[in-house]
Design a protein around this ligand. Sequence first.
Ligand SMILES: Nc1nc2c(ncn2[C@@H]2O[C@H](COP(=O)(O)OP(=O)(O)OP(=O)(O)O)[C@@H](O)[C@H]2O)c(=O)[nH]1
Length: 296
Amino acid sequence: MQSDFPQSEFLAICPDPVIAVNHEGIITTFNPAAERLLAYSAEGVLGQMSIFQLYPSEEEARAIMRLMLSEHGCIEGYETTVIASDGRAVPIRLSAALLEGQSKGSIGFFHDMTQQKRLEKSLKHLSITDDLSGLFNQRYFYEQLGKEMARARRYGNQLGLVCIDLDGFKRVNDLLGHLEGDKVVRLIGELLRNGLRDSDQAFRYGGDEFMVLLPDTSPEHAEVLADRLRKTFNAECLLSPEYSNETDVVVSMSMGLAASRGEEPVDRLIQRADMAMYAAKQSGGNCGMQFQGASE
Ligand SMILES: Nc1nc2c(ncn2[C@@H]2O[C@H](COP(=O)(O)OP(=O)(O)OP(=O)(O)O)[C@@H](O)[C@H]2O)c(=O)[nH]1
């Protein structure tokens, strides 16, 4: 039965971008939603522009075509990127079908995934971040440590692991209150985020314990870095003077370092960094970093 609603009207009201091409890949349909998504006018692309120009590479366009042919002329939910006229890369989910085999070209529905990708990114960020310090959390620490150990093993680089534990933190909470304690945790977060190279990563491991991963770093360089962090912390960690004068509350850092070329179990490296930190604490805390050499 013939619909009395013209096809062009369907395309005009369709909220998803619809793009059809002929057998050479030249665009033959470009609905208003496609114009909005890609910032091209239909007039400018119809009969002139190749679909290949919308993808980041010709290989990607060919891969989509090959996939359609191998999937009996139809693909659904394929995630890729298209490039808008202003150069923006737009994430999309593509459903497409060949029109009567390949001879008449194909038609695709380009669902915009920008919002969903943004949401996924912020959920991922939440799932790996510690709220209070703004550093990565413990779960992510284990994930990254495993990866960095594998990288160190593959390339024979030295991986440094610094374990930091606060000295006297309980007294901050007990005498000045938890809000003042929280401020200290936030300060460490800031300090570690600003004081490290892009390739380094800092994590809140537990209450007042932090870990720093230093890929491709010698123990000597790790020591210099740790000493700088400790001194900055001492200079900036000024507890509320009206209280600290009275109660003489001092908080500082104990640090331990272990270095590895990735040839031991992950837990062993953590244990060595932890032991080095404990040795620093035993010698009074707030001192130069202790180093636990590799067991091999
Ligand atoms: N304010 C605040 N306190 C926390 C948080 N997480 C853990 N703590 C507290 O951190 C303290 C840790 O205790 P301890 O490990 O004995 O700390 P410390 O006084 O530095 O002692 P040493 O580690 O032995 O030097 C406890 O009082 C916890 O309640 C937090 O998110 N905020």
